[in-house]
Design a binder for this molecule. Structure first.
Ligand code: ZN
Length: 296
């Protein structure tokens, strides 16, 4: 296993989610007397970042948010997210002179632990925001279990919703298959990806998506790793696979799909003719891991 395969950004496991504490409100309050509690303000899935994390989190909860959401423990530190409303967000922005922004903008400035916590708070916040009403009976939901359960007026429960997606590095001999969407930045290429459908295995989703997007049939599907990806609610399941054919046919979803040898891709990246997915994505891990693998 290469270093790239091991280190998937946002995926640190240093946070103990301590899920048994979510229902124990009194115990959580008691713990605050002996633990250091840190609060991450989050607004519409976005955060505020300044140097030295100065506004990324606070050691007390000055935000007056309606519901503190318990994220977990790192050693003796309790971590909470604080979902802010419009007014609270405006106040904080004015106070620090910065705007709430997407994690994508400054992901690599955060250490592993903080990146993971930020991503977690984003996923939880987006789920809560998008579930204001019960999908079964339409009555308003309210938060319980320290932000991890929604309950409507008829006691219908809902829990955070995750959408599994597959992302695949397909190879054929010394070549790999990369594609691009029309709306991506010029020269950006990445591994092919798609959502797992109801009633489908992830292995079948890998084969179907690659065939649909490129006309390439694959075999030897191997699990590579996973990455939480709440943009807005995905879990990326990364694989490698081997192509059985080389004749590409691009479907409507993508603008272009091409085979690249290691040498071509390395030279094109160096000369700026192509950019691959950002360093914080598992697509980047997949591509770099392949470029650096020794069976060239
Ligand atoms: Zn309901």
């Amino acid at each position: 296993m290469s270093p790239n395969q091991k280190h998937i950004y946002f995926g640190t496991d240093k946070l103990d989610r301590a899920s048994h504490l979510r229902e124990r409100t009194a115990q959580l309050e008691e713990m605050k007397l002996t633990h250091d509690a840190k609060y991450v303000p989050v607004y519409n899935g976005r955060h505020i970042y300044m140097n030295q994390h100065s506004s990324f989190y606070r050691r007390s909860n000055p935000f007056d948010c309606e519901a503190e959401c318990f994220l977990g423990l790192v050693g003796n530190q309790m971590w909470y997210s604080c979902p802010l409303n419009d007014k609270q967000a405006e106040k904080l922005e004015a106070e620090v002179g910065k705007r709430f922004a997407s994690l994508r903008r400054y992901a690599l400035k955060l250490d592993d632990e903080l990146a993971h916590i930020a991503l977690y708070s984003r996923g939880l916040d987006l789920w809560q925001r998008n579930r204001k009403f019960c999908p079964k009976c339409g009555t308003p939901n309210h938060l319980s279990w320290a932000g991890h359960r929604l309950l409507c007026q008829n006691n219908h429960e809902q829990f955070p919703h995750i959408e599994p997606a597959i992302i695949v590095l397909v190879t054929h001999g010394n070549k790999c298959l990369l594609g691009r969407k029309a709306e991506w930045p010029t020269y950006a290429y990445s591994t092919l990806a798609g959502f797992v459908e109801p009633g489908e295995t992830i292995e079948a989703a890998v084969k179907r998506e690659i065939l649909e997007e490129s006309n390439i049939q694959v075999s030897n599907v191997q699990y590579f790793g996973s990455q939480p990806w709440p943009f807005p609610a995905s879990l990326m399941l990364a694989f490698t696979a081997e192509a059985k054919n080389e004749d590409i046919k691009v479907d409507d979803e993508l603008e272009d799909v091409q085979w690249f040898t290691r040498q071509q891709l390395t030279e094109m990246m160096k000369e700026g003719y192509i950019t691959i997915a950002p360093r914080y994505t598992v697509a980047h891990n997949l591509i770099v891991n392949w470029l650096e693998s020794k069976d060239a």
